[in-house]
Unconditional design. Structure first.
Ligand code: TA6
Length: 312
C-alpha cells in the first residue's frame, strides 16, 4: 500500500482574471473555482487517476477540509485525514490571467497541530504501515510543527521497513536525509540551499550531487524549465528534458511529477522509465486549467517527447 501524508493541507481558490493582471487596476475575473491544494494530496490524486491504491492522510480542519476531502473522494481517493476541531484547512489563492505565463500563488501559513493530533497520526501510521509499503511526505509542515515530531514520523516509516519518499525543503529535508530515503525531490533552489552553494550549470549540479549521493537512494532535483536531474546512489545520473507543451496552469505540476515517480517505483520500473513517465504526468498537469488533474490519454505521446540523457 502507498500512504501519502500532507501535514499542511490546502484548498486552492483558482481565480481567473481577464487580460493581464495589473497593479492599481480593476482586474476583473471570469470565474472563481475551488480545487484540491497540495501537496501529498496531489500525489494521491495522481495515483488514484492511475488506478493505484493509496491512502491519503495528514491534518485537515473545518468546512474547507471537508471540501478538500469531497473533491479528493470524487477523484477516487481513500481519505483518512485527521481533523482538528476549531481549525480550518487553509486556502491558497491561485490567480491565472490570460497571458499564459504561469500563475500567481498566494498561500496562508496553515493552523498549528496539537500534540494530541500528531500522536493520532503517529499511531495511525504505526498501526497501518507494513514492510514494503510506500510512505510519501510532501510539503512543509505548518509553522510551529516541532522538528523532532517530524523526525519521529519519518523514523517510524523506516522502523516499519517501508519506503520513505520525501518532497520537502530546509530542516525537514535534512531530517529526511538522515534516514536514507528512497528518494528526495528538492527543486533547484532548495538543493542550492541544502548544499549552501550557488549553482548555475547542470555540471555544477552534478558535481554537488556526487558529494551527497550516498545519503539518499535517489536524488531527483527539479530544474524548472530545464527539466530535472536525477542521480542514483550508484552515481548513475540522468538529465531529463520535459516535453514542450502549451502551459495553462503549472500549479501542482511538481506534485504530480512526484505522483508519477511514486507510481513507477512502486511498479518496480527503472529510474529512467520512472523519470520519463513522471515528466509526462507533470507536463500533462501543467496543460490543465485546475490544480489537481492530468489527462491519462496524453501520457503515451508526452512520454515520447521527453528527452533523457545519461550524464554520469
Ligand atoms: O504545489 C502546488 C500547491 O500545493 C498548491 O496546490 C498550493 O496549495 C501550494 O502549492 C501550497 O504550497 P505550500 O508550500 O504552502 O504547501
Amino acid at each position: 500500500m502507498i500512504y501519502t501524508v500532507t501535514l499542511n493541507t490546502a484548498v486552492d481558490r483558482l481565480v481567473r482574471v481577464k487580460g493581464e493582471l495589473t497593479r492599481k487596476h480593476n482586474n476583473q475575473t471570469y470565474s472563481t473555482t475551488y480545487d484540491i491544494g497540495g501537496k501529498a494530496t496531489h500525489v494521491s490524486v495522481a495515483l488514484s487517476l492511475l488506478n493505484i491504491d493509496n491512502v491519503a492522510t495528514g491534518f485537515a480542519g473545518g468546512h474547507t477540509g471537508e471540501l478538500m476531502v469531497k473533491l479528493m473522494e470524487e477523484k477516487g481517493c481513500d481519505c483518512q485525514f485527521i481533523f482538528q476541531d476549531n481549525e480550518l484547512t487553509r486556502e491558497s489563492i491561485i490567480v491565472i490571467d490570460d497571458t499564459n505565463q504561469g500563475s500567481f500563488m498566494i498561500t496562508q501559513p496553515g493552523f498549528s497541530i496539537s500534540k494530541e493530533k500528531i500522536d493520532e497520526l503517529y499511531y495511525f501510521l504505526e498501526s497501518h504501515l507494513c514492510e514494503g509499503d510506500y510512505c510519501v511526505f510532501a510539503g512543509a509542515p505548518p509553522a510551529g510543527f516541532p522538528i523532532e515530531e517530524y523526525e519521529r514520523l519519518l523514523e517510524l516509516v523506516v522502523e516499519k521497513k517501508a519506503h520513505l519518499c520525501v518532497d520537502v525543503s530546509r530542516e525537514y529535508l535534512e531530517v529526511a536525509l538522515k534516514l536514507n530515503p528512497l528518494f528526495v525531490k528538492p527543486n533547484e533552489f532548495e538543493f542550492q540551499e541544502y548544499v549552501k552553494k550557488e549553482l548555475n550549470t547542470v555540471d555544477e549540479f552534478i558535481e554537488e550531487l556526487e558529494k551527497v549521493t550516498h545519503i539518499a537512494q535517489n536524488w531527483i532535483v527539479s530544474l524548472g524549465k530545464r527539466g530535472s536531474l536525477a542521480m542514483k546512489q550508484s552515481g548513475e545520473a540522468y538529465l531529463v528534458t520535459p516535453p514542450k507543451i502549451q502551459e495553462v496552469n503549472e500549479t501542482g505540476a511538481g506534485d504530480f511529477f512526484v505522483g508519477g515517480i511514486v507510481s513507477q517505483l512502486y511498479l518496480n520500473k527503472s529510474l529512467e522509465e520512472t523519470l520519463r513517465f513522471a515528466s509526462a504526468v507533470g507536463a500533462s498537469k501543467a496543460m490543465q486549467t485546475d490544480s489537481s488533474s492530468f489527462e491519462p490519454n496524453d501520457i503515451e505521446w508526452l512520454e515520447k517527447e521527453v528527452k533523457i540523457e545519461r550524464v554520469k
